[in-house]
Structure formats: structure tokens, C-alpha cells
Write a protein that binds this ligand. Structure first.
Ligand code: XIL
Length: 320
């Protein structure tokens, strides 16, 4: 009943152009992904820019391949994501649509994508990163909220629920691991949505941690308050990055500290009722997004580029 997942690498902006798609072409990678995890998330392949590249064109091959892989390996799948400000196709962001058209576009997208995988997705990140770090709704950056108002979030949940009544529907964000202004904003929003009868089932803390900022010691307490609302919780994208020494190689002490963060995060989740899913954002540094997105930081996953298990791998294993 507990799900340990990994993102399936592929399609990332950080992978060099013409890089052979890891999920498709790296045999060793696929073998480990199939054997060590019982849940899989698409790192990119279900995002709008991938699955809906033109207004009248959906492209399902890569997402289908991940779902089929998961089914063959008896793994759950987390769907990611339906309403987000990032990785949207140009036709959408730069298009000139009326409000009615935009609403219809979002509804069609949710019906089509959620409907296609109905019964095969355990949890959907319906709304991703809708608050900024000042705990304000992203009313400018997020095309849906900007054009259609904050109520669109509730509609997205309703449409997703109609398209797949079995999937658990999540709010998901980063920097919401501890109790802070941003997680408070989610706590309030979750209460409002539940009061309105919106089919919201879960709260996901991504868990992109850095040893620079310390471990969010109140993670368990934070997850617990969402559980007390009757929601499931999940760690959906954990990695633990660090400042790399000039050699590019982490020290023993850094690896020990990283293992400790992973272990504490898993322990917090295990201690909270209905925190049943713990996903790492890739299992190997070989394809990790971290070095490209966070300058000077790296070594954020549980295996080296050559698939050698780090202390963090063993720490997770022994915590389960
Ligand atoms: C990242 C991917 O890992 C990269 O490959 C891609 O280029 C950019 O997005 N929060 C999320 C994820 O919800 O979708 C992001 O994934 C990481 C931060």
C-alpha cells in the first residue's frame, strides 16, 4: 500500500538537443526504473507542450509508452500536470483566444488526457504551482488564472473528476514542505475547495530540497494538517541538491547529510496517515534536471551518473 516512485526521464530542457531519450534508449536506466519502484511519474511527457503541441493535435506516444511500461511492471502512475504556468505550448501562450475559447480548450484537454488514461492513473497533479513564493496566486504568469480567474482551478478539478472518477486529484507545489506562508495559502485554499464540494483529494509537496537551506523540520506537522482535512498527501518530486566542490564530486559528509534529508522526508511521510506516495524526481544524476537549473549545485538524486547507489539510496531502503 505504499508507493515509492521515480520520475521517468525524457524531454527535459536540460537534456542536450538530440540526446537519445533516456526512457526509450537507456536499457540499464529502464531496468532500474522497472525494478526498484512501484510508481512512475512522467518528468515531462504529460505536460502541455508535449502532449498537446498544436491546438488540434494531441501527441500521446511518449506518455502512452510510460503508462504501458508502468502497467507491464505493475507500477502505479502519477499524472503530471493539467493546469500550470510553465511548459505550455506557444500556440496556447501566444494565441489570441476569447475566454470562452480558453475555457473550452482547457476542458477539452482535461477530458482528452485524463479520459485517455482513466483507470490507469493513481494520482493527478491537477493544479501545479499556482502560488508564487510570496504566497500569492500567480495571476499574471498563469494563463488560466489570468484569463479565467481563480475559479478555474475548481473547474479543472471537477472536469478531471468527471473524466476519471477513480484518480485522486492533487494540488502540488514546491517550497510547501514546511509550515510557511505558501503552505498556509494552500491550507486555506484546500479548505475552501472542500467546503464547496470540489473533488480535491490530495496535497503534494514536491520536495526539491537543498542542503543550503536546511531540512524543513516541520514537514510531518505540515502534512498532518492536510491529512486532518481528510486529504491524502504525497511527496511528489523529491531531490536533495548540494553545492558541489570544485572537483565536482560531493564529499562523504555531503552524501551523509543528503541521505539524512531523504530519510527524514520518507519518515515524515510514513508517519502521516494517507501519505502513501513518495516520488523522487529521477533516480540517477545522469539525467537530473538540477545541475542545469541550479548553478553550482548537483548530485541531487540517489544514484551517481554511473548508477552507483549513494548513501541516500540505502537510507531510503532501510527506512521502508
Ligand atoms: C522539470 C523537469 O525535470 C525538466 O526536465 C524540465 O526541463 C523542466 O521541468 N516542478 C515541477 C516539475 O512540477 O515539472 C519540474 O520538472 C521541476 C519543478
Amino acid at each position: 500500500g505504499f508507493f515509492i516512485g521515480s520520475a521517468a526521464a525524457g524531454g527535459g530542457h536540460h537534456l542536450e538537443q538530440d540526446y537519445p531519450d533516456p526512457f526509450t534508449f537507456d536499457k540499464k536506466y529502464r531496468k532500474i526504473l522497472g525494478q526498484q519502484f512501484n510508481s512512475v511519474s512522467a518528468e515531462n511527457q504529460m505536460k502541455w507542450e508535449f502532449i498537446h503541441p498544436e491546438r488540434d493535435q494531441y501527441r500521446f506516444e511518449e506518455a502512452d509508452a510510460i503508462v504501458e511500461f508502468a502497467q507491464r511492471n505493475r507500477q502505479a502512475v502519477r499524472g503530471h500536470t493539467l493546469l500550470w504556468h510553465s511548459q505550455n505550448p506557444d500556440w496556447l501562450e501566444e494565441g489570441d483566444f476569447t475566454k470562452e475559447e480558453l475555457r473550452a480548450i482547457l476542458k477539452d484537454h482535461i477530458d482528452t488526457v485524463v479520459g485517455r488514461y482513466a483507470g490507469k492513473i493513481q494520482q493527478w497533479d491537477v493544479a501545479n504551482e499556482i502560488f508564487n513564493d510570496q504566497a500569492e496566486l500567480r495571476t499574471e504568469e498563469n494563463i488560466w488564472i489570468r484569463e479565467l480567474g481563480p475559479e478555474i482551478v475548481a473547474d479543472a478539478f471537477r472536469w478531471a473528476h468527471e473524466a476519471d472518477p477513480e484518480a485522486k486529484l492533487f494540488l502540488n507545489d514546491y517550497n510547501v514542505e514546511g509550515i510557511n506562508a505558501k503552505s498556509d495559502a494552500y491550507y486555506e485554499l484546500a479548505q475552501e475547495l472542500l467546503e464547496q464540494g470540489v473533488p480535491l483529494h490530495g496535497f503534494g509537496a514536491q520536495g526539491h530540497l537543498s542542503t543550503r537551506y536546511g531540512f524543513p523540520g516541520d514537514l510531518q506537522q505540515n502534512l498532518q494538517r492536510f491529512a486532518d482535512l481528510g486529504l491524502e498527501t504525497a511527496i511528489t518530486e523529491i531531490d536533495v541538491r548540494m553545492d558541489l566542490p570544485a572537483s565536482g564530486k560531493p564529499t562523504k559528509e555531503q552524501l551523509r547529510q543528503q541521505a539524512d534529508y531523504y530519510q527524514q522526508a520518507l519518515s515524515a511521510c510514513l508517519a502521516v496517515n494517507d501519505c502513501n506516495s513518495f516520488t523522487i524526481w529521477g533516480f540517477t544524476d545522469k539525467y537530473s534536471w538540477v545541475p542545469v537549473f541550479f548553478e553550482g549545485e548537483g548530485s541531487a538524486t540517489v544514484m551517481t551518473e554511473r548508477f552507483v547507489r549513494k548513501p541516500a539510496f540505502f537510507a531510503l531502503q532501510s527506512t521502508l
